[in-house]
Design a binder for this molecule. Structure first.
Ligand SMILES: [Zn+2]
Length: 117
């Protein structure tokens, strides 16, 4: 890291690093986590101010991040943190299977049945 882009690039999606697996992906694919006191809480709407850690919303990445103490590093806090809220969040979130993704991207609906006389 080091190169900073000027704020010209508005169309480029924001890239963040998953603190679990280290993959660099579009920010919207990651769950934002913030520290609330001594607890890490999911910040799905990404509205809370302050420093956030980004994580794939998956148990695997969450466990990796915990082992590496990546939260403390990313949030610049000593920890340890309570993670009950995150565990609960991940428990509710269903894993998305590859075959489950359907692209119904019609780039704009056509008007149909418009027959003028
Ligand atoms: Zn990950």
């Amino acid at each position: 890291m080091g190169t900073r882009h000027p704020e010209q690039v508005r169309h480029a999606p924001a890239i963040r690093t998953c603190v679990g697996c280290g993959a660099r992906v579009v920010k919207s694919d990651l769950l934002r986590l913030v520290a609330a006191g001594n607890e890490i809480v999911p910040d799905a709407p990404a509205r809370r101010p302050g420093r956030g850690a980004y994580l794939h919303p998956s148990q695997g990445c969450f466990e990796k991040a915990q082992r590496r103490r990546a939260f403390a590093r990313a949030l610049r806090l000593p920890g340890p943190f309570g993670t009950g809220a995150v565990v609960e969040y991940l428990g509710q979130a269903r894993p998305v299977l590859p075959g489950d993704l359907r692209t119904d991207g019609n780039g704009g609906e056509r008007e149909q049945g418009e027959q003028g006389g």
